[in-house]
Design a protein around this ligand. Structure first.
Ligand SMILES: [Zn+2]
Ligand SMILES: [Zn+2]
Length: 115
Protein backbone atom coordinates (compact mmCIF):
# COMPACT_ATOMS: atom_id res chain seq x y z
CA UNK A 1 0.00 0.00 0.00
CA UNK A 2 1.13 3.45 -0.86
CA UNK A 3 2.49 5.91 1.65
CA UNK A 4 1.95 8.88 -0.62
CA UNK A 5 -0.05 11.33 1.55
CA UNK A 6 -2.20 12.48 -1.39
CA UNK A 7 -3.00 8.89 -2.30
CA UNK A 8 -3.89 8.11 1.32
CA UNK A 9 -6.11 11.20 1.48
CA UNK A 10 -7.92 10.21 -1.73
CA UNK A 11 -8.31 6.50 -0.86
CA UNK A 12 -9.80 7.44 2.52
CA UNK A 13 -12.18 10.04 1.10
CA UNK A 14 -15.92 9.58 1.21
CA UNK A 15 -16.01 10.21 -2.53
CA UNK A 16 -13.80 7.17 -3.19
CA UNK A 17 -15.77 4.95 -0.79
CA UNK A 18 -19.00 5.82 -2.61
CA UNK A 19 -17.46 5.43 -6.07
CA UNK A 20 -15.99 2.07 -5.09
CA UNK A 21 -19.42 0.83 -3.98
CA UNK A 22 -20.95 2.16 -7.23
CA UNK A 23 -18.35 0.28 -9.28
CA UNK A 24 -18.92 -2.99 -7.40
CA UNK A 25 -22.67 -2.57 -7.88
CA UNK A 26 -22.21 -1.91 -11.61
CA UNK A 27 -19.76 -4.83 -12.05
CA UNK A 28 -20.28 -7.31 -9.20
CA UNK A 29 -18.26 -10.04 -10.94
CA UNK A 30 -14.46 -10.02 -11.00
CA UNK A 31 -13.58 -8.75 -14.49
CA UNK A 32 -10.38 -10.78 -14.65
CA UNK A 33 -12.14 -14.06 -13.76
CA UNK A 34 -15.00 -13.20 -16.11
CA UNK A 35 -12.54 -12.90 -19.01
CA UNK A 36 -11.46 -16.49 -18.23
CA UNK A 37 -15.06 -17.69 -18.15
CA UNK A 38 -15.35 -17.85 -14.36
CA UNK A 39 -17.81 -16.05 -12.11
CA UNK A 40 -16.16 -14.83 -8.95
CA UNK A 41 -17.66 -12.12 -6.79
CA UNK A 42 -15.61 -8.94 -6.94
CA UNK A 43 -14.70 -7.51 -3.56
CA UNK A 44 -12.07 -4.97 -4.55
CA UNK A 45 -11.65 -2.20 -7.09
CA UNK A 46 -8.43 -1.81 -9.05
CA UNK A 47 -7.17 1.28 -10.89
CA UNK A 48 -6.12 0.19 -14.39
CA UNK A 49 -3.79 3.18 -14.67
CA UNK A 50 -2.12 3.50 -11.24
CA UNK A 51 -3.16 6.66 -9.44
CA UNK A 52 0.46 7.35 -8.60
CA UNK A 53 1.59 7.20 -12.21
CA UNK A 54 1.12 10.97 -12.30
CA UNK A 55 2.98 13.38 -10.02
CA UNK A 56 0.32 16.01 -9.27
CA UNK A 57 -2.68 15.90 -6.97
CA UNK A 58 -5.00 17.03 -9.79
CA UNK A 59 -3.87 14.18 -12.06
CA UNK A 60 -4.06 11.67 -9.22
CA UNK A 61 -7.59 12.82 -8.45
CA UNK A 62 -8.58 12.35 -12.07
CA UNK A 63 -7.28 8.78 -12.13
CA UNK A 64 -8.68 7.94 -8.70
CA UNK A 65 -12.21 9.06 -9.56
CA UNK A 66 -12.36 8.11 -13.24
CA UNK A 67 -15.01 5.40 -13.49
CA UNK A 68 -13.44 4.12 -16.72
CA UNK A 69 -10.15 3.61 -14.91
CA UNK A 70 -11.74 1.20 -12.45
CA UNK A 71 -11.82 -2.58 -12.62
CA UNK A 72 -13.84 -4.84 -10.31
CA UNK A 73 -11.65 -7.69 -9.10
CA UNK A 74 -11.66 -10.50 -6.55
CA UNK A 75 -8.94 -10.52 -3.90
CA UNK A 76 -6.91 -13.25 -5.65
CA UNK A 77 -6.87 -11.49 -9.02
CA UNK A 78 -6.11 -8.15 -7.42
CA UNK A 79 -3.11 -9.62 -5.59
CA UNK A 80 -2.01 -11.25 -8.84
CA UNK A 81 -2.26 -7.97 -10.78
CA UNK A 82 -0.03 -6.20 -8.26
CA UNK A 83 2.39 -9.09 -7.84
CA UNK A 84 2.81 -9.51 -11.58
CA UNK A 85 3.10 -5.87 -12.51
CA UNK A 86 5.15 -7.30 -15.36
CA UNK A 87 2.70 -10.10 -16.09
CA UNK A 88 4.02 -10.59 -19.62
CA UNK A 89 7.57 -11.02 -18.44
CA UNK A 90 9.61 -13.88 -19.90
CA UNK A 91 9.47 -15.72 -16.58
CA UNK A 92 5.70 -15.87 -16.36
CA UNK A 93 5.34 -16.93 -20.01
CA UNK A 94 7.90 -19.67 -19.47
CA UNK A 95 6.10 -20.81 -16.31
CA UNK A 96 2.82 -21.02 -18.24
CA UNK A 97 4.45 -22.99 -21.06
CA UNK A 98 6.01 -25.36 -18.56
CA UNK A 99 2.64 -26.02 -16.94
CA UNK A 100 1.05 -26.70 -20.33
CA UNK A 101 3.86 -29.13 -21.22
CA UNK A 102 3.45 -30.95 -17.91
CA UNK A 103 -0.29 -31.32 -18.48
CA UNK A 104 0.37 -32.69 -21.96
CA UNK A 105 2.94 -35.20 -20.72
CA UNK A 106 0.60 -36.27 -17.97
CA UNK A 107 -2.19 -37.03 -20.45
CA UNK A 108 0.16 -38.63 -22.95
CA UNK A 109 1.79 -40.91 -20.39
CA UNK A 110 -1.55 -41.99 -18.96
CA UNK A 111 -2.67 -42.82 -22.45
CA UNK A 112 0.43 -44.98 -23.04
CA UNK A 113 -0.19 -46.84 -19.78
CA UNK A 114 -3.72 -47.68 -20.86
CA UNK A 115 -2.46 -49.17 -24.10
ZN1 LIG B 1 -10.84 -12.81 -10.07
ZN1 LIG C 1 -5.08 -2.41 -7.67
Amino acid sequence: MSRNPIYIKLINSKRWKLLRVDKLKANPICEVCEAKGMSTLATEVHHRTPVESVPHEMGMKNLMFDFNNLQSVCHACHAEIHRCAFSHSKESIQANNKRATERFEDKYLKHINVI
